[in-house]
Design a protein around this ligand. Structure first.
Ligand SMILES: NC(=O)c1ccc[n+]([C@@H]2O[C@H](COP(=O)([O-])OP(=O)(O)OC[C@H]3O[C@@H](n4cnc5c(N)ncnc54)[C@H](O)[C@@H]3O)[C@@H](O)[C@H]2O)c1
Ligand SMILES: O=P(O)(O)OC[C@@H](O)[C@@H](O)[C@H](O)[C@H](O)CO
Length: 378
């Protein structure tokens, strides 16, 4: 079985690539980072180390890589022949890879009548849907009609903390032992992809929202408040009671919103929160706050981990969140110079003020009580 995976980064190598290998796939990574691409083609394997006491190491084999910028024809050919396509490139990159995928699918449908599934493994609601919409922008109505029959676009939720890597061996990747990959079954075309480790569900919405508004909301709280207080890593930030109190409060608020919206069992949800907090304090992982805080414009978006659970909380309880407002305020203050979105955010604030900036990024209308609550925390 042949897999094409876009993005040979942390999640690509440390999670999706590993599961594909363990399920019997030969994987072609498509990326733009020439150093990584050359290393994959030269070594033809890499190790995944589990961040736990025994540092269990798994060798991932049967891999190759293609540079989509210098060799798009070869990448399109791989897409044409693939049995599964996955991505872990970041939400902002999905529109960029869509033209190449459209080109590969166009070649594919001329000769290959097998159904194919494309799964975007990104931290967002509706990642594969967004990718599909972008692919379809490059297709004619006739092509779209054919793709509708042959290509499945299931949305997915992925969960595994994979920090930025600084290993002597370039391709080696350290990952937490925990993982969850949930895929929307009704959108699949043909047989379900035989990937060990995927949980197929009928309705993904509660799963992706529970993950994004608990794991990523809590993580963002640790990162933005931690950055503000001068911490470099998540684990160090978590030791500060001002950070841990804010996380607890933010997860109580997002938890209330999730429990009331999706009727999750309260006790089960509290256990889920505990598990997540223990993952943030895994002593074998050093995760930089700037990685977790990356892309504040995306993270302050209407459907992302801060504003959406805050609005859901207001809809569910009629109250304005306090802790989520604190985290949104800390996110607005994120000014890390190496982060393009942070630089852009600070320029927006300097030009038009905090209130107008928050409204523009989050889509909250003027006079929204959440805006006032955030401004109080600045
Ligand atoms: N790291 C985590 O803990 C984690 C966990 C769950 C989900 N995610 C999600 O997975 C996705 C990837 O995150 P990551 O941490 O692996 O990031 P990363 O930066 O480590 O990896 C992204 C990879 O995509 C490549 N890329 C960029 N532009 C490309 C293009 N045009 N074509 C092909 N490849 C391109 C980069 O070179 C890089 O290798 C994000 O959506 C993230 O939110 C990350
Ligand atoms: O990848 P982002 O930028 O959406 O979010 C940063 C982290 O919160 C994220 O990568 C987590 O480590 C991951 O979502 C855990 O499953």
């Amino acid at each position: 079985m042949e897999a094409v995976h876009f993005g040979a980064g942390n999640i690509g190598r440390g999670f999706i690539g590993l599961l594909l290998y363990q399920s019997g796939y030969d994987t072609t990574f498509v990326d733009v980072n020439d150093e990584i691409i050359r290393a994959i083609n030269e070594k033809k394997q890499y190790s995944v180390v589990l961040a736990a006491e025994d540092k269990k190491t798994i060798t991932v084999k049967n891999i190759s890589a293609i540079n989509s910028v210098s060799n798009p024809e070869e990448a399109a050919r791989a897409i044409a022949e693939a049995d599964i396509i996955t991505t872990a490139v970041g939400p902002n990159v999905l529109p960029i890879i869509s033209k190449l995928i459209a080109q590969g699918l166009r070649e594919r449908v001329k000769t290959n009548k097998q159904p194919l599934n494309i799964i975007a493994c990104e931290n967002m609601v509706g990642g594969t849907k967004l990718l599909k919409e972008n692919i379809y922008q490059h297709c004619t109505s006739e092509e779209k009609a054919i793709l509708n029959e042959m290509i499945g676009f299931p949305n997915a939720a992925v969960d595994r903390i994979v920090p930025n890597q600084t290993n002597e061996e370039l391709l080696q990747v350290l990952v937490e032992p925990y993982y969850e990959w949930v895929v929307e079954a009704p959108a699949i075309k043909g047989e379900k992809p035989p990937i060990n480790g995927i949980t197929f569900v009928e309705d993904l919405t509660p799963y992706i929202e529970r993950k994004l508004f608990t794991v990523n909301t809590g993580h963002a709280a640790a990162a933005y408040v931690g950055y503000h207080l001068g911490y470099r890593t998540i684990i160090d930030a978590m030791k500060d009671v001002r950070v841990s109190d804010t996380i607890q409060g933010a997860l109580r608020e997002s938890g209330e919103a999730l429990i009331q919206t999706y009727q999750f069992d309260r006790e089960e949800h509290e256990k889920y929160i505990e598990t997540i907090l223990s993952r943030f304090t895994n002593p074998f992982i050093s995760d930089e706050v700037t990685r977790v805080a990356r892309g504040p414009l995306r993270k302050l978006g209407a459907r992302d981990r801060l504003v959406r659970p805050a609005v859901m909380y207001m809809e569910a309880t009629g109250k304005v969140p306090v802790y989520l407002a604190k985290v949104i305020a800390a996110a607005l203050a994120f000014n890390h110079e190496a982060d393009e979105e942070a630089v852009q955010l600070q320029e927006m604030i300097a030009n038009q003020g905090v209130e107008a900036t928050l409204q523009e990024i989050s889509g909250l209308e003027a006079g929204h009580p959440l805006v006032a609550s955030v401004l109080q925390e600045m």
